[in-house]
Design a protein around this ligand. Structure first.
Ligand code: ADP
Length: 592
């Protein structure tokens, strides 16, 4: 660390020790790559808050300029504006380390702008995502001549913040569009009082270097802060970019609706609906390509992607390339390089709680990240979301099915689903009509894990709702919803433990007739195999009779016009249940 910076840190040491909470600051510093996990653990081992602060400063004093800059940024992000002020005048412009990390065309002046604005550095392990990066930059260029909003949205841990920071690491973009600076604000889930503190710290940052007569007391309310910011941006930083990271609530955005240029990251797509100005959106895919995800793992373990053990691919496919999860696992593997199989098993067993990471990510593990997403839903919607635990992996569901499950009007259901989609809690396939909805595998795993004790009950609810809705006649439209029920009703019954209902459904010639008509015979045969064990407890003979009937007549059941199933069934041996039901139904028809 250069002399000026070290001297300043030494002078400010007593004040810093008195006020800072080391654990908060260290999260940012680990993520900036200036503090190792071991150093963090060593500091956390100290008993009191003050001892921890002293130990942290001791460690930092032995480090380079990057550590100083990182501490400064962490103080700003944790709203210690006055303490950051102590360090501001001696901020090193550029460290040799920093220079190296910005070797890809980013000039020292850009580095200085980003440091000043508190833009986080790249994660230590980083892979490029050129297409996404270009898209964000392209949208940011749209703000060259006008104020407006660029929303980068996607699910938790998909890499939004990392890419937002990366997007502004670009000399030409800053020069052309935001020559007055970039200002990063971590928003997160915050109450109004927290929001005020964050806005105060931004005002503070923007007011740095103003003559004393213009220096103000901090604004006392969000409204006052909004006005102050409006003034500051308009008069002093008209062509600057505000980056609001991890925004949850549109009321937060309204507090920044001051005709400035904003890039925001969020899980909630529709947030900018309530603000004025031009709006652009950039969706972030949930997962990285396999190659990129493997690259992350290899960077963590200092190896070449080609030399990774075979479990690496399975780990990537198990988490569908989620940058967050791959990084979580990579960080663990760096410490325990012989645990590939173990972590793969953990992932397969969904024991996310045990996959810990001590970095700046706001949540210790994915389940907590998901949990946090859920907590912001209204309790009623939380319950509806919980019901989705019964969805099947990779199966997309039309809204109509959920309207049966929830007993709600279709339009109401669509609104709820829209909310889930906006919050990245659910995905929508818009290539199909009607739209189909599905969960990311990790979300489904999270839900099933979280509601493990209630899964059977939830499946039961699905079956009961179906029965209630279709008590007069089964679905016959042949649309996506109808297909869903014929496909998955036995599945829900089996999962609900409703064995009796499953027997009566599957040992019914009517069901066979209806399902074969809608879906052909292959699915049906598969059902008898799949649920054979349950059915056999009731009557393995009957199960075989149905299976045999289908095997013999499968090709006929594929024909259109659809054959007379009763006639076909009457050609079965007289002792067969299939025959008995056909004979009965024949009698019924004769009586009519
Ligand atoms: P989000 O903002 O979408 O919740 P973040 O941007 O915070 O997600 O990313 C979550 C974690 O995923 C990061 O802490 C980092 O470990 C990892 N990550 C994200 N993007 C990348 C990337 N391009 N290269 C390497 N790791 C990444």
């Amino acid at each position: 660390m250069e002399e000026r910076a070290r001297s300043c840190l030494l002078r400010s040491k007593a004040t810093l020790e008195q006020d800072i909470k080391a654990s908060y600051l260290m999260d940012h510093m680990v993520s900036d790559g200036v503090l190792t996990n071991d150093e963090e653990a060593m500091v956390l081992n100290k008993v009191t808050r003050r001892e921890q602060a002293a130990a942290l400063l001791e460690v930092l004093l032995r480090k380079d300029n990057r550590a100083y800059i990182s501490l400064y940024n962490a103080l700003i992000r944790e709203s210690y504006g006055d303490l950051a002020n102590l360090l501001h005048s001696d901020l090193p412009l550029l460290s040799p380390e920093g220079e190296r990390s910005f070797a890809d065309g980013v000039s020292p002046s850009v580095q200085a702008i980003l440091s000043d604005g508190g833009v986080p550095q790249r994660p230590v392990v980083f892979v490029s995502r050129p297409a996404l990066l270009n898209l964000i930059r392209q949208k940011l260029y749209q703000l060259q001549k006008t104020s407006g909003w660029v929303t980068v949205f996607g699910m938790a841990g998909s890499g939004k913040s990392v890419m937002a920071a990366e997007a502004v690491r670009d000399h030409a973009l800053i020069k052309d569009c935001f020559p007055d600076g970039i200002h990063w604000l971590s928003v997160g889930q915050c109450e109004r009082s927290d929001l005020l503190v964050r806005m105060q710290s931004l005002c503070f940052r923007l007011e740095q270097g103003q003559s004393s007569e213009a220096s103000h007391r901090p604004p006392c309310s969000v409204e006052e802060a909004k006005e102050r910011l409006r003034f500051l941006i308009l008069r002093r930083f008209p062509r600057s970019l505000l980056i609001l990271d991890d925004v949850w609530d549109s009321s937060v955005l309204r507090s920044f609706d001051i005709q400035c240029r904003v890039l925001l990251t969020t899980r909630n797509r529709g947030l900018t609906d309530s603000v004025s100005g031009t709006r652009f959106e950039v969706p972030v895919e949930n997962g990285l390509d396999e190659d990129k995800a493997l690259e992350i793992l290899s960077l963590y373990v200092n190896g070449k992607p080609q030399k990774l053990p075979e479990q690496a691919r399975s780990i990537v496919s198990e988490c569908k390339g989620s940058p967050l999860v791959v990084s979580l696992i990579g960080a663990l593997l760096r410490e325990f390089p012989d645990r590939w199989s173990y972590y793969l098993r953990l992932l397969q067993r969904k024991q996310f709680k045990r996959i810990r990471k001590s970095s700046s990510y706001d949540y210790e593990a994915l389940d907590q990240a998901m949990d946090a997403s859920l907590q912001v839903l209204e309790p009623e919607h939380q319950n509806l979301y919980r019901d989705l635990s019964i969805m099947q992996k990779d199966i997309k569901v039309p809204a109509k099915v959920l309207s049966v499950l929830w007993g709600l009007e279709l339009e109401e259901v669509e609104d709820v689903l829209q909310e889930f989609v906006n919050k990245s809690l659910l995905f929508r396939d818009c290539n199909q009509r009607p739209y189909l909805y599905y969960l990311h595998d990790l979300q489904l795993d999270f839900l099933t894990e979280q509601n493990r004790d209630q899964i059977a009950e939830l499946h039961k609810k699905m079956v009961r709702q179906y029965q209630k809705f279709y008590n007069e006649s089964p679905p016959s439209s042949g649309d996506k919803e109808c297909l869903y029920w014929y496909h998955f009703l036995p599945y829900h019954m089996a999962k609900a433990g409703l064995s009796k209902e499953l027997y009566s459904l599957m040992f019914s010639l009517d069901w066979v007739k209806e399902k074969a008509q809608v879906m052909g015979s292959a699915h049906l045969i598969n059902d008898y195999v799949e649920y054979g064990e349950i059915l056999d407890k009731e009557n393995s003979e009957v199960r075989l009779q149905f299976q045999e009937f289908l095997s013999l007549n499968g090709h006929q059941l594929e024909q259109r016009p659809f054959p007379d199933v009763v006639q076909l069934a009457l050609s079965q041996p007289a002792c067969s249940e299939v025959y008995r039901q056909a004979a009965l139904s024949g009698l019924g028809e004769q009586k009519q």
